[in-house]
Design a protein around this ligand. Structure first.
Ligand code: F0G
Length: 430
């Protein structure tokens, strides 16, 4: 049997918490924990075949794109209840226009918007809520820019736990808020930024006995890392040159890097793709950290971007993410809201919808190709983190009905007026 333990990531500390200790922050040094394993020896080929075989199984645990790879997340004890909504198993979709526009490169989309609550957060949440239930937790909490909230609310409902969300006042999309309410969570609007809400939650959690499921919870990272296992399986275990993600609190980049490292160490892949983190210009402290080679992150006090999911000025996982860029020879990039909009439009031309934060990936790739940091014709996977329907206000704002917008016409309800309008705008088949 493989075994799991937690360890503080700070090299000068390395504390291993006792079983009843808090699991998100090291009491000794304030650092983050990560889950480490003593893996039993693997037969790589046999495991690949077993994972493949499970795709044909009707068992809920096998149908989950996280738990199908359970040998790589062996922190669940026999008898533990696994809280799953059949997350993962998301598609890989090739692109034409977006790949041409951003490169030319071979651009494939790994679409995490096809998850039960519409974002990549479900991969981490199934792992984290499973852990919470095993620990006897009755109530979970998070601060969020929206997607973590929807996901936590769904998995908490499934597990029969109370869910408490802290969100910045009027700063998250209506669709995400509605999901959380629909799943029965309690929503506390507090502060002007995610960072403020998150700081308050971290301060109040210990005295209120709240179990945090933000990505500082190391079990979130374990669930999220399975995205690369699934991705490599979908690619017949041939790694791409680059894997590109948008960066907010930097849990996803940390998880992807950890997953890749473990896959390489265990012999599932022969080379490690370079991990690229793309941030929005108004919320890009990690990009600046990497660009300037600073020792410490300098937070952005008033983060701003229309991509509300990644409007974060002080990412909690920056040390883990920096380690990932170092391990993989990765890159960080920063893009404007205009560039994000353009990339989102190009993806839509390929029939691929996503929320704005996700499109930052493709905007970042374009910049990096232009700068010669990603080679033309490179094999690149962009992780689209959230579904198109997560932020419809964004699309509606950008396509307001006006005389100048031939996509949204307002016409008198008469045949003459309709005939005139359709002819004027060339809306007749050639
Ligand atoms: N893309 C989307 C759609 C997100 O919702 C997030 C983060 C990110 C990218 C960034 O991922 O934090 O792992 O670097 N959303 C969090 C939330 C913060 O609360 O939903 P990250």
């Amino acid at each position: 049997m493989s075994s799991a333990y937690l360890q503080c990531i700070e090299e000068s500390c390395g504390k291993r918490p006792a079983p009843r200790d808090e699991e998100t922050t090291c009491a000794q040094c304030g650092g983050l924990f990560e889950v480490r394993y003593e893996f039993e020896p693997f037969d790589v080929e046999a495991l690949r075949r077993a994972w493949h075989q499970r795709r044909l199984s009707g068992e809920p645990i096998d149908r989950s794109g996280v738990w199908r790879f359970r040998e790589l997340i062996p922190f669940v004890e026999p008898g533990d209840r696994v809280i799953s909504l059949s997350e993962g198993s998301t598609p890989m979709v090739g692109t034409r226009r977006a790949g041409w526009w951003a490169g030319p490169i071979h651009l494939t989309i790994k679409h995490q918007g096809n998850n039960p609550t519409g974002s990549f957060k479900d991969l981490g949440m199934t792992a984290c809520i499973t852990r919470a239930v095993a620990r006897g937790v009755k109530m979970v909490a998070c601060a969020s820019t929206g997607n973590t909230s929807s996901s936590m609310a769904a998995y908490a409902a499934r597990a029969g736990l109370k869910a408490l969300l802290f969100v910045p006042y009027r700063q998250i999309s209506a669709a995400k808020l509605a999901q959380a309410l629909d799943f029965g969570a309690t929503v506390v609007e507090v502060g002007d930024t995610f960072d403020q809400a998150f700081k308050l939650l971290r301060e109040i959690a210990p005295e209120m006995g709240l179990y945090l499921v933000n990505s500082i919870n190391p079990f979130r990272i374990e669930g999220q890392k399975t995205i690369v296992v699934e991705m490599m399986e979908q690619r017949a275990w041939r790694p791409p040159d680059f894997i590109v993600v948008p960066g907010g609190n930097l849990g996803n980049a940390s998880a992807i890097g950890k997953g890749l490292r473990e896959l390489k160490e265990m012999g599932f892949i022969a080379k490690v793709p370079r991990v690229v983190v793309v941030q929005a210009e108004g919320a890009n402290p990690f990009y600046r950290l990497m660009r300037d080679g600073d020792a410490e992150l300098r937070p952005v006090e008033k983060p701003s971007t229309e991509a509300t999911a990644i409007r974060i000025g002080k990412p909690a996982n920056w040390k883990k993410a920096r380690r990932v860029l170092e391990w993989t020879g990765g890159l960080a990039e920063s893009v404007t809201d205009e560039e994000i909009f353009e990339a989102k439009t190009l993806l839509a031309e390929d029939g691929v919808g996503c929320e704005p934060a996700s499109a930052a990936t493709v905007a970042g790739i374009r910049k990096l190709v232009r700068a010669g940091k990603i080679e033309r014709h490179a094999d690149v996977v962009a992780v689209l983190t959230g579904n198109q329907l997560k932020d419809t206000e964004y699309v509606m704002r950008h396509s307001a009905a006006s005389e100048a917008n031939p996509q949204r016409l307002s016409v008198e309800p008469t045949l003459e007026a309709l005939r005139a309008a359709l002819s004027k705008h060339d809306l007749v088949p050639a």
